[in-house]
Ligand binder design. Structure first.
Ligand SMILES: Cc1ncc(COP(=O)(O)O)c(C=O)c1O
Length: 394
């Protein structure tokens, strides 16, 4: 029999996940896959077209993504994790280099740093957003620092201007992990327009999905061109003649990270619904902000100046969190911490240090995310608010 993996200390004291909900009680999930029925026609056409690899649908999808995000170039890939690996390589991150990164994110943000053989230096996070604390970045910079990598927690943009200012001062590249933040805005433009590299994930439960997939926006045209080749064995498929492709020289080795026409077909249809999805998530997010901000025991998160969250998650800080989590479950309100702080995992043990991270300590002792996206109707949002109020007022 295989041995149960050991749990990190964060998990050990958590209550079990069994949801004890009688049939009369609502059940509101935290995540749900959105898939429009209208995808079936185009999907069937692509599947039967005789061409399902990276082809015309991928090109068409990239054009639509550029329009949606307002960016001049984009590279679709087969996973957000791979978009990050590509970004790190394009940013010149190599063995022995250092990358400053937030520990509060999906492990998929940080594992690609290890894949490059580089060292992770953990930042602190801001207790009122969960995002990277810009002022904790500078103390970590050394001559080996090549990049700053950070997530926009829950889809709520970090202080991009301040981070870019620090990076510019020290001549370091910036990589935004916008896996949660597709469609979010900052200072009048969508996320994708502000830093050297911006990555998106189109994994199953994201605002926009292709089943699995991702994309990378490169600010620099040369990075974009190089990335277009690196995503497919070092050959830019859009610039070569298909029937002669193996006669072209490969200047540097590449990956098999490209998106295919099947996934792009799903994306093309899904993208038609993104604005609607964003609208509902934002409505619910604002409703929670308004109605929960005065509840004693709850702290709602702040948005940076000029930021407009995509509200992929609605995270709040809760006193008596374990009791609160159990209570929500009994009420049929699904919830989760979603991502554990990465520095507690054994696989990241080499990057441990003794620096204080008060923001991270406090945030992770209280954070929990509640249902907030397109399937949460107005009456569900009201039910959630009323339930939370009842818990803290009893
Ligand atoms: C913050 C964050 N970064 C990166 C990823 C990785 O994206 P993908 O699953 O598309 O590889 C995810 C997850 O899905 C994520 O939540």
């Amino acid at each position: 029999m295989t041995k149960e993996p050991e749990m990190t200390s964060e998990f050990v004291n958590r209550p079990a996940c069994a949801v004890d909900v009688s049939s009369e009680v609502k059940k509101i999930p935290l995540f749900k896959v959105f898939m429009p029925k209208s995808v079936m026609g185009p999907l069937k056409k692509t599947l039967m077209s005789g061409y399902i690899a990276q082809g015309p649908r991928v090109l068409e999808f990239e054009e639509k993504l550029k329009d949606f995000l307002g960016v001049k170039n984009i590279l679709t890939v087969d996973a957000g994790t791979h978009a990050l690996e590509l970004a790190l390589r394009l940013a010149g991150v190599d063995e022995g280099d250092e990358v400053i990164s937030s520990p509060l994110t999906c492990v998929a943000t940080n594992m690609p740093v290890m894949a490059r053989g580089a060292k992770i230096r953990w930042s602190d996070v801001l207790v009122d957003t969960g995002n990277i604390d810009p002022e904790s970045i500078e103390r970590l910079i050394t001559p080996r620092t090549k990049a700053i990598l950070y997530v926009h927690w829950a889809g709520n943009p970090a202080n991009i201007d301040r981070i870019n200012e620090i990076a510019k001062k020290h001549n370091i590249k910036v990589i935004e992990d916008a896996a949660h933040a597709f469609g979010a805005g900052y200072k009048g433009k969508r996320i994708g327009n502000h830093s050297d590299f911006v990555m998106y994930s189109f994994q199953a439960i994201k605002h926009m999905t292709t089943g699995d997939g991702g994309a990378l926006v490169c600010k620099d045209e040369e990075d974009h061109k190089r990335g277009r080749a690196l995503r497919w064995f070092g050959l830019d498929r859009t610039a070569i003649k298909e029937e002669l492709r193996w006669y072209y020289d490969i200047k540097e080795w590449g990956y098999k990270f490209n998106m295919n026409d099947i996934d792009a077909t799903i994306g093309l249809e899904h993208l038609k619904y993104t604005e609607k999805i964003l609208k509902v998530c934002r409505w619910n997010g604002n409703y929670y902000n308004k109605n929960l901000s005065k509840v004693k025991g709850i702290r709602v998160l702040r948005q940076e100046d000029g930021a407009s969250s995509a509200y992929w998650l609605y995270t709040l800080l809760a006193e008596r969190r374990d009791e609160f989590i159990e209570y929500l479950k009994k009420k049929g309100i699904d919830n989760s911490i979603v991502h554990t702080r990465n520095d507690v995992y054994t696989c990241f043990k080499d990057f441990k240090d003794d620096l204080p991270r008060p923001g991270l300590e406090e945030f992770t002792s209280k954070y929990v995310s509640i249902p907030s996206c397109w399937w949460v109707k107005k009456e569900d949002a009201k039910y959630i608010v009323d339930s939370i109020k009842a818990f803290y007022e009893r």
